[in-house]
Design a protein. Structure first.
Length: 155
């Protein structure tokens, strides 16, 4: 049984983003960071129909000590007066070619997607680009309909 609803190839453009980061083992604290970030986004008037939030685990826990694993949550840079603060920083998000897996927006579906996306990517004939991270993408319109996307970088 497929873990995704559909799969598409997309060229994601590089972008300037505002982000929050935590360092430590991936897990429940990532959810807490996402909640904190969404609260900040709403408090700063950045939550609207076009909102897209990325969740990006930057390190492979099989190769990096869990206490050193970095996790970012990001939103495209907006026209805020002073967006960079102790809470939110600025960086560039690398673009490139991605396989986009549309999946249900549930914890179980996201976990299953992470377990199966690499073998599914190989099955499509694309090569995984290990120099760029896999990203979870949460477009407001999709989330409102209980979907999200897993973006797997490919060559």
């Amino acid at each position: 049984m497929k873990f995704y609803i559909r799969i598409e190839l997309e060229n994601i453009q590089p972008a300037s983003v505002l982000y929050m980061r935590r360092t430590g083992a991936y897990g429940v604290d990532n959810y807490k960071l996402m909640d904190t970030f969404k609260k900040w986004v709403k408090e700063n008037g950045l939550y609207n129909e076009n909102t897209v939030i990325y969740a990006i685990p930057l390190d492979n826990p099989e190769k990096t000590e869990s206490c050193r694993c970095r996790y970012d949550v990001c939103i495209n840079l907006c026209n805020l007066q002073n967006p960079v603060s102790h809470q939110v920083k600025y960086r560039k998000l690398a673009g490139g070619k991605y396989l986009i897996f549309l999946i249900p927006h549930t914890a179980d579906a996201v976990q299953t997607a992470w377990k199966q996306c690499f073998s599914e990517t190989v099955g499509t004939g694309y090569l995984l680009d290990e120099n760029r991270p896999v990203m979870e993408r949460y477009k407001k319109g999709l989330v409102d309909n209980h979907y999200c996307e897993l973006c797997v970088p490919v060559f």
